[in-house]
Design a protein around this ligand. Structure first.
Ligand code: GAL
Length: 417
């Protein structure tokens, strides 16, 4: 049975149950507006509605969520935040410090979240020892997506190293395809940059650069090499890349116009929505040079304090639902991510998700599991913004100097620390 029809079956059973006497409304801020991601968000809406509550969708378009965060700040400043908002990583602590987040410990204790979640994940969701957010999933950022049919037509080989990546790009270019489908937006430039850092500096170097923000690493020879490689890569994107949304870039692959895309596995949501099959119609490869490592991006919903008891009940039901196995399966199958529950049965997931779960667990045994900088897991949004500025300016300036860029990177990060 397809995920959606299983979801419908589950909901019709749920709707036979007596509705809770306290039905409230949850307003949920997110940026899942692409065709595939909307299908994932809909699964949450349906499960919350099946519990008798009303869902108020607060979707703010814009990949990476920058626009959504700006809107959230405005709403919070005016004293009217939504019940739940997709807030991630270290930023959860910032919102906690403002005293605006609700305590979810009752729900978390009853459902034993401490046992279900890896400790590192649970810690991110807590402020001052109490749960204030619920994790939804684990996205992997270091993926390369390829269209195998396009590769075949171009006589290109799926790459495992950066050298092979550029060799494949040359073949694709010679055969008249767009080698790399890219959207020229700062967060997408940042995503590509982060993958190059992971490949060229390795997991330890990546950690030093983005988590420790170590100056010598940020300005070192390998970082200069990253910028030089980024410049080279610019030669393989098309002239219309500026401003393009990530899902439009994915569509270029799906429609056979481009050969590769560097993107986290939310890209898979678009392939799934187009009824394409992992391993057949498309392939997911760990980004060349990062095999066995895993840059994680955990989506989570932080909950805001609410005055109304019924809305509070709806908010708790929302939080409870997110970590239930049913939601974890339906949502993640549509979203492209893997469940954040480590005990989830993966047999219903496709080959990319199964590989992702295997690699996540393997990487977690050593230092291969690293937080994504481009997706707000490694550092604050201020550091993330500083990195995006330097990277995007560099990427769009044909005369920019890699050595200078590395110096600027360190200075920009230092200025916001
Ligand atoms: C990420 C987010 C993903 C996905 C992506 C594209 O930051 O974690 O869930 O939405 O942006 O917008």
């Amino acid at each position: 049975m397809k995920a959606i029809s299983r979801l419908t079956a589950a909901i019709s059973i749920a709707s036979l149950l007596p509705l809770s006497a306290l039905a409230g409304q949850v307003e949920v801020l997110h940026w899942w507006t692409s065709g595939g991601e909307k299908r994932a968000a809909d699964t949450l809406q349906k499960l919350v509605e099946a519990k008798g509550h009303t869902w108020k969708d607060f979707a703010v378009a814009g990949g990476g969520g920058e626009a959504a965060m700006t809107v959230l700040k405005t709403r919070a400043v005016s004293g009217n935040p939504p019940a739940a908002a997709q807030i991630k990583g270290p930023d959860i602590q910032e919102w906690g410090e403002l005293g605006l987040l609700a305590d979810l410990d009752d729900v978390a204790k009853a459902a034993e979240w401490d046992k279900l979640l890896p400790k590192q994940v649970a810690d991110i969701m807590k402020y001052d020892g109490s749960y204030v957010a619920v994790p939804i999933n684990v996205h992997r950022v270091n993926w390369l997506w390829i269209n195998p049919e396009v590769f075949k037509k171009a006589g290109a080989t799926p790459p495992t190293t950066l050298e092979e990546f550029f060799a494949a790009a040359d073949k694709l270019k010679a055969a008249g395809f767009i080698p790399l489908a890219h959207g020229g937006q700062p967060w997408q430039d940042g995503t590509v940059f982060e993958d190059l850092v992971f490949a060229i500096l390795g997991a330890d170097g990546y950690h030093k650069a983005f988590v420790e923000q170590d100056k010598a690493t940020l300005t070192g020879d390998k970082m200069v090499e990253v910028f030089a490689t980024l410049k080279k890569l610019h030669g393989y994107i098309d002239a219309d890349a500026a401003g393009r949304d990530w899902n439009s870039a994915t569509a270029l692959l799906i429609n056979g116009k481009a050969g590769m895309q560097i993107m986290g596995d939310w890209a898979k949501s678009e392939w799934s929505a187009a009824n394409k099959v992992a391993g057949q119609d498309y392939q997911c490869l760990p980004f060349p040079g990062t095999q066995g490592s895993f840059a994680y991006n955990i989506d989570s919903l932080a909950m805001f304090k609410l005055a109304d008891a019924e809305n509070r009940k709806a908010q708790e039901d929302l939080a409870r639902t997110v970590l239930e196995p049913e939601f974890q399966q339906f949502f993640n199958q549509n979203k492209g991510s893997i469940p954040v529950r480590q005990d989830q049965d993966m047999s219903q997931f496709d080959s990319c998700a199964q590989q992702s779960m295997r690699d996540f667990k393997e990487a977690a045994k050593g230092n291969g599991l690293q937080p994504s900088l481009a997706h707000g897991m490694a550092a604050s949004s201020y550091v993330q913004g500083a990195v995006f500025d330097v990277v995007t300016n560099f990427f769009n300036d044909p005369d920019a100097d890699p050595k200078k860029a590395a110096q600027q990177l360190a200075a920009a990060i230092q200025a916001v620390q």
